[in-house]
Design a protein around this ligand. Sequence first.
Ligand SMILES: O=P(O)(O)OC[C@H]1O[C@](O)(COP(=O)(O)O)[C@@H](O)[C@@H]1O
Ligand SMILES: [Mg+2]
Ligand SMILES: [Mg+2]
Length: 335
Amino acid sequence: MNDKLALPVGTTLDRFIMRKQEAFPYATGELSQLLRDIALAAKIVNREINRAGLLDVTGAYGQQNVQGEDQQKLDVIANIRFIRALRNGGEVCTIISEEEDDIIQTGNIGGKYIVAIDPLDGSSNIDVNVSIGTIFSIYRRVSEQGADGTMEDCLQKGVRQVAAGYVIYGSSTMMVYTTGHGVNGFTYDPSLGEFFLSHPNITSPETGSTYSINEGSFNSFPEGVKQYVNYCKESGYSARYIGSLVADFHRNLLKGGIYIYPATAKAPNGKLRLMYECNALAFIVEQAGGKATNGYQRIMEMQPTELHQRCPLIIGSTEMVDKVEEYLKSEVEVG
Ligand SMILES: O=P(O)(O)OC[C@H]1O[C@](O)(COP(=O)(O)O)[C@@H](O)[C@@H]1O
Ligand SMILES: [Mg+2]
Ligand SMILES: [Mg+2]
């Protein structure tokens, strides 16, 4: 990364975005504005989450989303808040959301960008005060401006992302994102209503000793994954599983580690969604020096065919992901 652009810890997100934009003479500011729109919605959602217990926004909403999952009230609130911010911001023509069956046309036909979003990640942890998050991917449309975005605009490979990130609502609230020039993290100071640079140029350790997987489905894991889990145990690794992808990913990104959501009997294609969970985190981890695969193929090279398609996810420190792939490959060779 160009050191001249290295900004001190404590720089506001707004200033950081502006300074980074200056580094790209052809940048026209729309992506910068879009990142600000996402940060604004994150502040509002953060406020709703922090006081959820005081307001009647805990518990189930009473409807199911396209995945057949019971929507939590905060899933719906976060979905509304992000869609509204993206629509009002004017830069986004079309949105893919976990909580919406079909693509959402914002009416911003001049908008250059497509956003795929998981408004609230870790829904099973919403009401029990455990860290949850928001995950987003940003693509430039391929169709001409001046009309609604198309399915072709929406079903682009992860390598076509122009930016991606997540917000983690935890002991502190952070926004972590990349535009393909490294990964930076910003901590929210609610007393000032600002995100401040706190984790410049995040790089993920080559390896680690933490593994994150829901062993409850161990018996139906692919043989290679079972072997890797046993290898972790024999190696004295620590098992850590929060059950919020963003939170497990964030810890492993900073400390080294691996998160695995494999194919299981219950979820033959895995559980996580390519368009608004896997691609975004794959872009981040690769920019931080880590790796993300479905066990056989780089996540970002997968060609999406459906908005809500699922895929197995193996993501984290490179050496650990390589080890899982080795086991899976040997399983295929033996098979
Ligand atoms: O309970 P399981 O099967 O381990 O699944 C937990 C995983 O599912 C998720 O909750 C799926 O995300 P959503 O909450 O956005 O649907 C991940 O955050 C988490 O890692
Ligand atoms: Mg999710
Ligand atoms: Mg979700």
